[in-house]
Write a protein that binds this ligand. Structure first.
Ligand SMILES: [Fe+2]
Length: 217
């Protein structure tokens, strides 16, 4: 087994070399309080994320067996489970790193890109929050990097659809708006959760992702 998961590329490497496992958090379950409670963090990590990992491993095992038998019908039938559970694993692995108890700020390069793309940080925050709050049902809001245009882009996706596999955008910052991410604390008031999460955004991590994405050829 290989321990997870410092970035998305490691998720892919792990998939090739062995079973996926739940990544350890860089902080305690209480560290993001009062924005996110210990109870939510513990359940979200040890139950929800773990379930995506377990089900992804099961789907990949079935895929390997189907491939060995050249069972195309079975291979095709696994696409939904791979997308949902693989997306859940990728998305949450990014999400935990996108958050931090410390006060952080975007790098100068990212701040410039945000100002250029959205006019100001406040305008960006407002636009991404609105798009994320408006997700129908369960899903995610994202800040991504478009390698073709060299620009930042925000997006919202349903369920556990992974950003890069679905849109080509490199994920920089994701906001989980599944009810399991906030309901125990914020009840049905999703806008309050989305507004609060900006206070624990890990701009060191988001800036590193931006630097890597914008320097990659
Ligand atoms: Fe989640």
């Amino acid at each position: 087994m290989f321990s997870l998961v410092r970035n998305v590329s490691n998720v892919t490497k792990t998939a090739v070399r062995g079973k996926h496992s739940l990544p350890k958090l860089a902080y305690e379950y209480t560290a993001l309080e009062p924005i996110i409670s210990r109870e939510i963090m513990e359940i979200h990590h040890t139950k929800h994320h773990q379930t995506y990992v377990t089900n992804l491993n099961a789907a990949e095992e079935q895929l390997a067996e189907a491939q060995s038998k050249k069972d195309t019908t079975k291979i095709i039938s696994l696409a939904g489970a791979l997308r949902f559970n693989g997306g859940g694993h990728i998305n949450h692995s990014i999400f935990w790193q996108n958050l931090a108890p410390d006060c952080t700020k975007p790098s100068e390069e990212l701040k410039c890109a945000i100002d250029e793309q959205f006019k100001s940080f406040d305008a960006f925050k407002k636009e991404m929050s609105a798009l994320t709050i408006a997700v129908q049902g369960s899903g995610w809001g994202w800040l991504g990097y478009n390698k073709k245009t060299g620009k930042l882009q925000i997006a919202a996706l349903p369920n556990q659809d992974p950003l890069e596999a679905s849109t080509g955008l490199v994920p920089l910052f994701g906001i989980d708006v599944w009810e399991h991410a906030y309901y125990l604390q914020y009840k049905n008031v999703r806008p309050s959760y989305v507004e609060a999460i900006w206070e624990i955004a890990n701009w060191n991590d988001i800036s590193k992702r931006f630097a890597a994405a914008s320097s990659a050829k």
